[in-house]
Design a protein around this ligand. Structure first.
Ligand SMILES: *Cc1c(COP(=O)(O)O)cnc(C)c1O
Length: 377
């Protein structure tokens, strides 16, 4: 029996860089500066260089990163924050936790990211911020979103947990990294993310010096000088061991993204003949780093295909089965109902994500594909 196929193969990825990782972890233990050690500063600096961002502020996880970004923007309870309903819950959760009001704008049916054509009609005098989510590894239309945000004087926080490493190309040819275009960008280093650590981690990016000062204060109990607290903050740190791991993996990030892209191309090619499957579309303005490889299954067959794959030991997943405007926690307070976000609702019933990671080889993909073929025979 060959090894079981994985959705994400973190062990294989580790084994490939084991000597580097083991040495880095040992060196953290040898020095024992487990919090705010030199590795945290080194990693932040290297990520700034990689992204072309002026400030990278590491923090505890990707959810904290969004929350801290919103705290730094000085929003008032009741202010409206626009985001998408087709995403992981973290994005809307922190809006609600800060007593702000989540306002949903539906997504584009091809790219699964915020539909810029529906954005302006959701803006009210209470709107203060937009959080586009760069879902599955593709950047939202940031040029259009920034144009609308600037016109209405709104902040933009890019939830870049899934697209680190992706490039955005503006109509004038300029290229920027995902997460560095808005007022603030946030990311997660959850192990299965494209740049993942061996536990929890996250970071916040900005090019604005004043915001950077505020963000650094908020992650550290609202303090710059020890035991003096001009503002209310949180405790959200990236620990030294995680930073050491990330600093090594950052050097491999472009290669990881490239091998995900190649695996995606292979799936696309081999699935093109199946009429009831729609392979992922890539927008002209963004590269795609394939955090997820997500198909649309037509003809009401998604759940049957999912069962078929599971029965044959092929892992797969539905990201995400219930759009946020229909989640119990948000229905109660927000007044949204089924039918309000037709694209997200339709996607939730049709999406299916296949195994995707940087070590996925063509032989494993062939095994996965052969099981898909038998379903459509
Ligand atoms: C993973 C993820 C988060 C949260 O990151 P954590 O590090 O798990 O807190 C937020 N938004 C999106 C879109 C994500 O995929």
């Amino acid at each position: 029996m060959t090894q079981k196929i994985q959705m994400v193969d973190l062990k294989a990825q580790y084994l490939e860089i084991k000597p580097e990782i083991d040495a880095a972890i040992q060196s953290v233990i040898d020095r024992s500066a487990f919090i705010n050690g030199q590795e945290v500063k080194d990693f932040a600096k290297n990520l700034e260089d990689y992204l072309g961002a002026k400030h990278v502020i590491p923090c505890g996880n990707g959810t904290d990163a969004i929350q801290i970004a919103l705290m730094a923007l000085g929003l008032e309870p009741g202010d409206e924050v626009i985001t998408v309903p087709f995403t992981f819950v973290a994005t809307a959760e922190v809006i609600a936790l800060l007593q702000l009001k989540p306002v949903f704008v539906d997504v584009n049916p091809c790219t699964f990211t915020l539909d810029e054509y529906q954005l302006e009609k959701a803006i009210t005098p209470k709107t203060k911020c937009i959080i586009p989510v760069h879902l599955f590894g593709q950047i939202s239309n940031m040029e259009a979103i920034m144009e609308i945000a600037n016109k209405h004087n709104l902040s933009v926080v890019e939830d870049n947990a899934q697209a680190i490493g992706a490039d955005f190309t503006f109509s004038d040819g300029a290229v920027k990294k995902a997460g560095t275009i808005g007022t603030i960008g946030t990311t997660s280093f959850f192990p299965s993310k494209n740049l993942g650590c061996y536990g929890d981690g996250g970071a916040i990016f900005t090019n604005d010096d004043d915001l950077a000062t505020e963000l650094r204060m908020i992650i550290n109990h609202g303090s710059r000088i020890k035991y003096y607290h001009p503002t209310i903050g949180v405790n959200s740190r990236l620990d030294t061991m995680q930073a050491a791991v990330l600093d090594i993996k950052l050097k491999h990030l472009d290669r990881y993204c490239q091998s995900r892209f190649e695996a995606a191309q292979y799936y696309n090619e081999k699935l093109a003949t199946i009429g009831e499957l729609k392979t992922p579309k890539i927008a002209s303005y963004s590269s795609h780093v394939f955090h997820q490889y997500t198909l649309l299954v037509e003809g009401g067959k998604r759940d049957a295909l999912l069962e078929h794959l599971k029965k044959h030991d092929i892992p797969c997943a539905v990201y995400y089965p219930v759009p946020l405007h229909m989640q119990e926690a948000y229905v109660k307070t927000s007044g949204y109902k089924e039918g309000d976000m037709p694209v997200s609702e339709s996607l939730a019933a049709r999406v299916l994500s296949l195994p995707m990671h940087s070590e996925l080889d063509r032989k494993t993909q062939d095994e996965i594909l052969s099981v898909i073929y038998t379903f459509f025979e």
